[in-house]
Write a protein that binds this ligand. Sequence first.
Ligand code: FE
Length: 203
Amino acid sequence: SEESMSVYTLPDLPYDYGQLEPHLIGKIVELHHDKHHAAYVSGANTTLEKLHDARTKEDFGTINQLEKSLAFHISGHKLHSILWTNMSPDGGGEPTGAVKSQIETDFGGFAAMQKQFNAATTGVQGSGWGVLSWEPVGSKLIVQQVYDHQGEHAQGAVPIMVCDIWEHAFYLQYENRKAEWVAAFWKLINWDDVNRRLTEARK
Ligand code: FE
């Protein structure tokens, strides 16, 4: 049946492992994409299969764990898919185009948004993400502090720029220095991709 097929697939990286150096070492990119992201993809597919089995058997004894697992793995897959295209060997600098003007409207300027984003991202207690999202009801950009991959996410907000602050994202290079990893993220940010995502989200 359709439900037994692999729904989610691991996207290829848009660059080679080592191309984000020196800001992010190739070993991190390799492990992060090939092992961690891959595990979220397979976790999402496996959870869908388990839910199919549960419906077939009409056995919902593990439904709470399965529903949490579904949100965790699908969200992990989506956020990592955004992260890879958000970064570029040619990234960095100030925002451009539509995202520049939307940040000015909603935050009063890039510096103010960046300070909130840095504080929210480095402030995550445990594992999570700093996220810039388009919030369609208020028609504005918001900075979110997301726990794990799904906690404290405003429903319906569309992530357009994401910084992974799980230890697997930076520890091999930056150890406990989270702020150095976030500073490196700004050196890699691909504003063209953020602009493309904002345009899509506003449609
Ligand atoms: Fe990650």
